[in-house]
Design a protein around this ligand. Structure first.
Ligand SMILES: *Cc1c(COP(=O)(O)O)cnc(C)c1O
Length: 425
């Protein structure tokens, strides 16, 4: 946490009280330098080892024009999961060959859009999609590079809703039952699909490396099987994302690049042991690139003290700008922007303004005395915050500001009331 001479919370060299004053609250503030650092740290893992690699930022964590422009500047790719994300990347001038397209139910229209946009790779998730894509490509008379998303049967230690790699999952071709081999057979028979490799994403907000190593082993095993049984070379091994971040002091993740170091070293060992050619290694980090760079600023309003029970302190946002506490009991921490290091003198629970009892941002947050009008910051809100923002109770979505080197830049405007009704007939 950075403070300035007035003891105010500062982000990217900008006083958060000035940001609240200039742009209003609630406000998402992104520390751009931290995003750049995270990207560089991931790149370094591969470059130190002289490996062929591709970093595909999982756009769904935070997908706006400014983010795609930042990725482009940083020289990394992006994974997209919908027509809307493809469109946004295109409008940002993103190099579409540097995108991959994931998802368990891509529509024909989305596949057509992806092919027309020149998406680099499509990550095939199911048999229906293999047929559908082959049809779309036949009509367009063009080819597409594809990866197969596999369900390696590994459940990572994290919240149940975030587990996507176990057998009982809606995502990917199951390895154990032979679906992965059947999928490869189908891809090899399709004239317009160019097999490039395999993919697994075992979950999100994972703190241990063991799950990733197991997934890497499972992928290598498949690459070996594909080689011996089908004489097919797997050129890409994509291990997905899911590297954990520190939302609160209770979280103890490793440094983001440590996960990647472990995965890469495990793949290198297994490649050698199995006498394979070293594939390109792809990662798809979302949260670990943007979560910690994001802070949300709110203005404190009403307060309810229930003697001997609890004090509720309400802010001008809530589940419309951060639904994660309501959705998965996600934990956050907060501080007062006018003096974030002041000694706490009370414990309050931070409530949103939405008409749901579950609209709570933080339970039992120690804070100094507060008064209406004070600005409160919640930390680590950069991933799946704005991305999941909604208009419940017809509240406009907040603005997004990028800060760097003492400068702030509005990158997403605050929604207006007119915006709220512009689709209504
Ligand atoms: C969500 C997702 C990611 C990114 O997960 P994070 O936890 O944000 O790193 C990567 N790959 C796929 C396929 C995903 O669905």
């Amino acid at each position: 946490m950075q403070t300035n001479a007035q003891h105010h919370l500062e982000i990217g060299g900008v006083d958060t009280l000035d940001l609240a004053q200039t742009y209003g609250t609630p406000l998402y503030v992104y520390d751009v330098a931290l995003i750049r650092q995270r990207i560089q740290a991931f790149k370094k893992v591969f470059e130190d080892r002289g490996l062929d690699y591709h970093i595909s930022y999982a756009s769904k964590a935070f997908s706006v024009l400014a983010m795609y422009r930042l990725l482009k500047e940083a020289g990394i790719g992006a994974d997209v999961v919908s027509g809307g994300e493809i469109y946004t990347a295109q409008q940002a001038g993103f190099e579409m060959s540097q995108t991959s397209f994931n998802g368990n139910n891509k529509s024909r229209a989305e596949l057509v859009q992806a092919v027309e946009a020149g998406v680099g790779h499509i990550i095939l998730d199911n048999f229906h999609e293999i047929d559908l894509l082959e049809e779309v490509l036949t009509a367009a008379d063009t080819k597409m590079k594809v990866l197969l998303r596999l369900a390696p049967g590994i459940s990572a230690h994290t919240h149940e809703y975030d587990m996507t790699g176990q057998i009982d999952s809606k995502f990917g071709f199951d390895i154990q039952s032979g679906q992965a081999e059947a999928a490869l057979t189908k891809v090899l028979a399709a004239k317009h699909l160019v097999y490039q490799g395999i993919h697994a994403h075992i979950g999100s907000q994972i703190f241990e490396t063991v799950g990733f190593e197991k997934a890497a082993d499972a992928l290598i095993k498949m690459a070996v099987l594909f080689k011996t049984k089908f004489d097919v070379t797997t050129e890409v091994i994509n291990v997905g994302g899911g590297f954990g971040v520190r939302y609160s002091t209770a979280d103890t993740p490793l440094a983001p690049q440590t996960y990647v170091e472990d995965i890469v070293d495990e793949i290198s060992r297994q490649v050698k042991a199995n006498d394979l050619t070293m594939p390109a290694i792809w990662i798809e980090p979302g949260r670990s690139i943007v979560a910690e760079a994001g802070t949300t600023l709110y203005t404190i309003g009403s307060r309810k003290d229930i003697p001997d029970v609890r004090s509720y302190l309400a802010v001008d946002g809530g589940m419309g700008d951060n639904i994660r506490p309501a959705l998965y009991q996600a934990k956050y921490e907060a501080a007062l922007c006018n003096d974030p290091e002041a000694q706490p003198t009370q414990t309050v629970s931070i409530a949103g303004k939405y008409c749901e009892s579950g609209d709570m941002l933080i339970w039992n947050q120690p804070l100094p005395q507060t008064k209406p009008g004070d600005v409160l910051a919640t930390f680590v809100t950069g991933a799946y915050g704005y991305a999941m923002a909604n208009n419940y109770n017809r509240n406009p979505r907040p603005a997004v500001v990028f800060v760097e080197n003492g400068q702030s830049q509005l990158v997403v405007q605050r929604e207006s009331f007119a915006d709220l009704i512009h689709l209504d007939k």
